[in-house]
Design a protein around this ligand. Structure first.
Ligand SMILES: [Zn+2]
Length: 77
C-alpha cells in the first residue's frame, strides 16, 4: 500500500494541487455502440467498447424479443 496521507484525506487543505487535472482516475475512453439484430434490425442492446477494441465490428449472439430467438447482433452506429 502506498497511499499518502494527502490523497487519503481530500480536505487536508491547499497543498498546491488544486489545479491538477481530474483525469487521473478517469476511466479509459470508451465508445458507445448499439447492437442491432441481423434479422429484424431492432436495436436491442447498448454497449460500450474500449477504443482499442474498435477496429473490428462486434458481432454477438443475443436474444431478440422481436424475433423471439437468439440471433446475430451486429454493431451499428
Ligand atoms: Zn430481431
Amino acid at each position: 500500500m502506498f497511499l499518502t496521507s494527502e490523497e487519503a484525506s481530500p480536505e487536508a487543505g491547499s497543498g498546491g494541487q488544486e489545479h491538477a487535472r481530474s483525469g487521473r482516475s478517469a476511466p479509459l475512453p470508451r465508445r458507445r455502440i448499439v447492437l442491432s439484430c441481423a434479422q429484424c434490425g431492432g436495436r436491442n442492446y447498448r454497449k460500450t467498447k474500449a477504443r482499442r477494441e474498435g477496429l473490428s465490428p462486434l458481432t454477438l449472439s443475443k436474444f431478440c424479443s422481436t424475433c423471439n430467438a437468439h440471433t446475430q447482433h451486429r454493431e451499428a452506429v
